[in-house]
Ligand binder design. Structure first.
Ligand code: 5GP
Length: 202
């Protein structure tokens, strides 16, 4: 059996990563990588679906026991990816989708170079600002911090394999899925299957 693909959706906060992530999961049946965070849940967020919400003390214990594939401090909170479920899914042939910040994407790519990294961006910065404002969850200073970070994150484009401009949810979702489909058809990702075919008796 072929190993699963590890796909990372990254990009600035407000680019629509969460929405596109949910749509791609819904339409492909890929496995979610559920992150752990010390941030408080937003209205509607569900424990174990959006995040595992933990105290800072619990989080530090998880770091100490080596449970994370990567961990990052993003806007004064900690976020991290538990590694055990990811690798067991990949070994079992399931594709796993991540949604992480740009530092997380870099760190995953350095530890797992086969990861497919996709940068999701709004068509322009005005759209990004409008989307962040419409969330209504950020203070003015947090909003400014997120807009400044977005520019710095886009400048790190070279570490990504793909970029998708999120004009509409339908278009961006379709483009992400087509990238994943193309990756799944790469010969190097089908060696196990090809060898199994070659080993079959005629
Ligand atoms: P939010 O608080 O808006 O859910 O997420 C803030 C940022 O943290 C987003 O850019 C999101 O992609 C990122 N993030 C979520 N989970 C992880 C993770 O496990 N690792 C890293 N490095 N970033 C994450």
């Amino acid at each position: 059996m072929n190993k699963g693909l590890l796909v990372v959706i990254s990009g600035p906060s407000g680019a629509g990563k969460g929405t596109i992530y949910g749509k791609v999961i819904e339409q492909t049946g890929m496995k979610r990588s559920v992150s752990v965070t010390t941030r408080k849940p937003r209205p509607g967020e569900v424990e174990g679906v959006n995040y595992y919400f933990r105290t800072e003390e619990q989080y530090q214990q998880m770091i100490a026991s080596g449970e994370f594939l990567e961990t990052a401090a993003v806007y004064n909170n900690f976020y991290g990816t538990p590694k055990a479920p990811v690798f067991s899914n990949l070994e079992s042939g399931y594709d796993v989708l991540f949604e992480v910040d740009v530092h997380g994407a870099k760190s995953i790519k350095s530890k797992y170079p086969e990861a497919v990294t996709i940068f999701l961006m709004t068509p322009d910065f005005d759209t990004l600002e409008a989307r962040l404002k419409s969330r209504g969850t950020e203070s003015a200073s947090a909003l400014k911090m997120r807009l400044d970070s977005a520019r710095n994150e886009l400048a790190k484009y070279e570490m990504f394999d793909y970029i998708v401009f999120n004009d509409t949810v339908e278009q961006a979702t379709a483009e992400v899925i087509s990238i994943i489909e193309a990756e799944k058809h790469k010969v190097k990702n089908n060696v196990a299957k090809i060898n199994a075919l070659l080993a079959q008796k005629r």
